[in-house]
Design a binder for this molecule. Structure first.
Ligand SMILES: CC(C)(COP(=O)(O)OP(=O)(O)OC[C@H]1O[C@@H](n2cnc3c(N)ncnc32)[C@H](O)[C@@H]1OP(=O)(O)O)[C@@H](O)C(=O)NCCC(=O)NCCS
Length: 191
């Protein structure tokens, strides 16, 4: 008898994400520690994102087929809210810094359910998502850690070679400071 794998890393298409949206949003709110009501606001946005150029997603499933973690992103570009917000932040930073916005993949979401964190699932999602991405760079935003010790997300991004693009950036409508981090692609197995 063949035993089912304990966990599986899978690629998710637009229909897979739509089918698993409630579950995926639960992973998101529980990982981020957000109130469950946040999920309702995100439904439409995540479904809109799947139609963007270059959209791709990966997930980890447990032996019962439940979602343990999810990552997705798409090709960034002018007219998108996030692009325009980062462009505003880079406006005074000089032409070299602004090159970050040329030909990039936005790593939009990366979350692992709290009970499955710290096992390397997040890193494997990040690496699987970025494998064969055709863009020259990858960018993401993550909350600043302030006076606290950098958390697991920061350790993961630094370990995989992400550099500072913007620090203490304020996105419109969010009072928290964020960092925008980036690196060139491809991501080699050792970086
Ligand atoms: C950030 C997040 C996605 C990282 O996922 P994760 O699976 O918890 O973390 P990693 O893949 O980096 O796990 C690596 C940790 O597991 C340990 N580990 C154990 N086995 C491992 C393995 N085989 N391979 C890699 N790491 C392993 C590492 O030592 C590392 O420990 P450390 O982070 O304490 O230094 C996840 O913690 C999360 O969802 N956090 C909340 C939401 C969030 O902040 N998302 C990002 C918003 S921008």
């Amino acid at each position: 008898m063949t035993r089912a794998p304990a966990r599986q890393l899978v690629r998710l298409g637009p229909d897979d994400l739509a089918d698993r949206l409630t579950e995926a949003l639960h992973v998101y709110v529980s990982a981020m520690g957000y109130p469950p009501s946040t999920a309702r606001h995100r439904r439409t946005l995540w479904l809109e994102h799947v139609r963007r150029p270059g959209w791709r997603a990966v997930g980890w499933l447990d032996a019962a087929g439940s979602l343990l973690g999810i990552a997705y992103g798409y090709a960034g570009g002018p007219g998108q809210w996030w692009y325009e917000e980062v462009r505003r932040g880079l406006a005074t930073a000089g032409p070299e810094a602004q090159r970050w916005l040329e030909d990039y993949f936005e790593l939009t979401e990366l979350h692992v359910r709290p009970d499955a964190q710290g096992l390397g699932l997040g890193e494997s999602l990040l690496r699987a998502l970025l494998t064969d991405v055709p863009n020259a760079r990858v960018l993401l935003s993550t909350p600043e850690y302030g006076a606290d010790v950098p958390g697991r997300a920061w350790r993961l991004y630094r370990r995989t070679g992400f550099q500072d693009v913007l620090r203490q950036h304020r996105f419109t409508g969010d009072a928290r400071p964020f960092a925008v981090l980036g690196r060139t692609l491809p991501l080699s197995p050792s970086s």
